[in-house]
Design a protein around this ligand. Structure first.
Ligand SMILES: Nc1ncnc2c1ncn2[C@@H]1O[C@H](COP(=O)(O)OP(=O)(O)OP(=O)(O)O)[C@@H](O)[C@H]1O
Ligand SMILES: [Mg+2]
Length: 378
C-alpha cells in the first residue's frame, strides 16, 4: 500500500501553476511532503520567484488538493523560493532542453498559428478586434496569446483589464493571463504617462525579446496587435515570424479601404499570407432597426476583392462589425464585448469573426511544405 505522503504527492500532480500552466510537480516546485501522526501534512513548495503575484492561488490549490486525500486532516504549506540553479533547470526544461531563448513560433514544426492584425489607417478597431478575437477563442478552449506590438499606441492592457507586469524569472518573463489569454504589451514596461521614443532597430529588438524571452507555453494561436500602417514593426514581424499571416481591419469607407488594401499588399513583399478582412464600424443600428451607414459601405468587400486579385489567392471578408456603444464601453472596462455583452450586435459579429478564424486548422502555419504524394513502387 502506498504511503500517505505518496498519495499526497500524487494529488499534487493536479495542481497547475497559474502562470506557467503546468503541474507544479513537473516544475519541481514541490520540495517536500511531511506527514505527522493524525494526518497533519506539511507541503514544502518552492516558488519560482519570491514576489510571485499568484502565490495565494498556489497555496489555496495545494491545500485543497492535499485535503482531498483520504487520511489527511489538515494541511500547511511551507513556502520557499527556488535557488538560481533550480530556476535555470526549470527554464531549460520549459524551453525543451534548449537553454538559449529562441522564438518558438518560428521554429520548424511550430503548430501555433500567428495572426498579425493590421490596418492602413489608425483608429479603425485593430486593438478592439484583437482583444475580442482573443477572448472569444479562449472561451472556446483555444490556447491564445496576445502580443501588443503597438509600441507607441499600446491599448491592449486596458482592453483586457491587465494591470500588472509579467513575472520575471531571471531572464524569462511569465505573461499575465486575462480572461484566459496570455498577454504581453510594451505598455507593461513603460512608466505610466511616459512616451516611448524608440527607433526601428530598438523596436525590432524589443519585439524579438517579447517573442523569445516570454514563456508563451504551447499556444494554438498568437495574435499580434500591430500599429497602423506598413512601418518598421510590420516588417520586423514578417522577419521574425515568417510563418505569420495577416488579418486586415478596415472601415467601410472607400478612402480607408484603399489604404487598408495597401497594408495588406505588403504581404506580397514579405511572403506572408492574408487570412481575411474584417470590416469594422460597418453601420449603426437605429432604434427602428434600420442601418445608418455612418462611414459609407462596401470597404471590407472592396479590400477583400483587391487583395484576392493582388495576391492571387482567395482573401475572404471574415465579417462586418457594426458600430456599437457596447464594443467601446466593454473595451474601456477591460472585459471585451464578446464576454461582457455577447448578445449585443457588436458581440455577435465579433464572435462570428472568431469562429471563422478559429475554424482554420491548427498546424504548420503559413508554411509551404511542398509535399507531393508518395507513390508506391507497384
Ligand atoms: N465596432 C465598434 N463600435 C464602437 N466603438 C468601436 C468599435 N470598434 C472600435 N471602437 C472604438 O474605437 C476606438 C478605436 O478602436 P481601436 O483602439 O480598437 O482601434 P485601433 O485600430 O487599434 O487604433 P490605433 O490605430 O490607434 O491602434 C476605440 O475607442 C474603440 O473602443
Ligand atoms: Mg490599436
Amino acid at each position: 500500500m502506498t504511503s500517505l505522503a505518496d498519495r499526497v504527492r500524487e494529488a499534487l500532480t493536479t495542481v497547475i501553476d497559474p502562470e506557467i500552466r503546468k503541474p507544479i510537480t513537473d516544475l519541481d516546485m514541490v520540495r517536500s511532503v511531511e506527514v505527522s501522526d493524525g494526518g497533519h501534512v506539511v507541503v514544502g513548495v518552492d516558488l519560482t520567484v519570491a514576489g510571485c503575484p499568484l502565490k495565494s492561488t498556489i497555496v489555496r490549490d495545494v491545500t485543497a488538493a492535499a485535503q482531498r486525500v483520504d487520511g489527511v486532516t489538515d494541511v500547511d504549506v511551507d513556502l520557499g523560493v527556488m535557488t538560481p540553479e533550480q530556476r535555470a533547470k526549470m527554464r531549460s526544461k520549459l524551453r525543451g532542453g534548449n537553454g538559449d531563448p529562441v522564438i518558438p513560433f518560428s521554429q520548424p514544426g511550430s503548430l501555433t498559428k500567428v495572426y498579425a492584425i493590421a490596418s492602413g489607417k489608425g483608429g479603425v478597431g485593430k486593438s478592439s478586434v484583437t482583444a475580442n478575437l482573443a477572448v472569444a477563442m479562449a472561451a472556446q478552449g483555444v490556447r491564445v496569446g496576445v502580443l501588443d506590438a503597438d509600441i507607441y499606441g499600446f491599448s491592449i492592457p486596458r482592453m483586457l483589464g491587465v494591470d500588472r507586469q509579467p513575472t520575471r524569472v531571471d531572464s524569462m518573463l511569465l505573461p499575465p493571463i486575462a480572461h484566459g489569454v496570455k498577454v504581453v504589451s510594451i505598455g507593461m514596461f513603460v512608466p505610466a504617462g511616459q512616451p516611448v521614443v524608440w527607433r526601428g532597430p530598438m523596436l525590432h529588438r524589443a519585439l524579438e525579446q517579447f517573442l523569445a524571452d516570454v514563456y508563451w507555453g504551447d499556444l494554438d494561436v498568437l495574435l499580434l496587435d500591430l500599429p497602423p500602417g506598413t512601418g518598421d514593426i510590420a516588417i520586423s514581424v514578417a522577419q521574425l515570424l515568417p510563418g505569420s499571416e495577416i488579418v486586415v481591419v478596415t472601415t467601410p469607407q472607400v478612402a480607408a479601404a484603399e489604404v487598408a488594401a495597401r497594408a495588406g499588399a505588403i504581404a506580397t513583399q514579405t511572403n506572408q499570407g492574408v487570412v481575411g478582412v474584417v470590416e469594422n464600424m460597418s453601420w449603426l443600428e437605429q432604434p427602428d432597426g434600420t442601418r445608418l451607414e455612418v462611414f459609407g459601405a462596401g470597404g471590407g468587400a472592396q479590400v477583400a476583392a483587391t487583395l484576392s486579385e493582388t495576391l492571387g489567392t482567395d482573401v475572404p471578408l471574415l465579417g462586418q462589425v457594426p458600430l456599437d456603444i457596447a464594443v467601446r464601453q466593454a473595451g474601456d472596462d477591460g472585459t471585451p464585448v464578446v464576454l461582457a455583452a455577447p448578445e449585443s450586435a457588436g458581440g455577435r459579429a465579433l464572435r462570428d469573426v472568431a469562429a471563422a478564424l478559429g475554424s482554420r486548422k491548427r498546424g504548420l502555419a503559413g508554411m509551404h511544405l511542398g509535399v507531393t504524394p508518395v507513390r508506391s513502387a507497384h
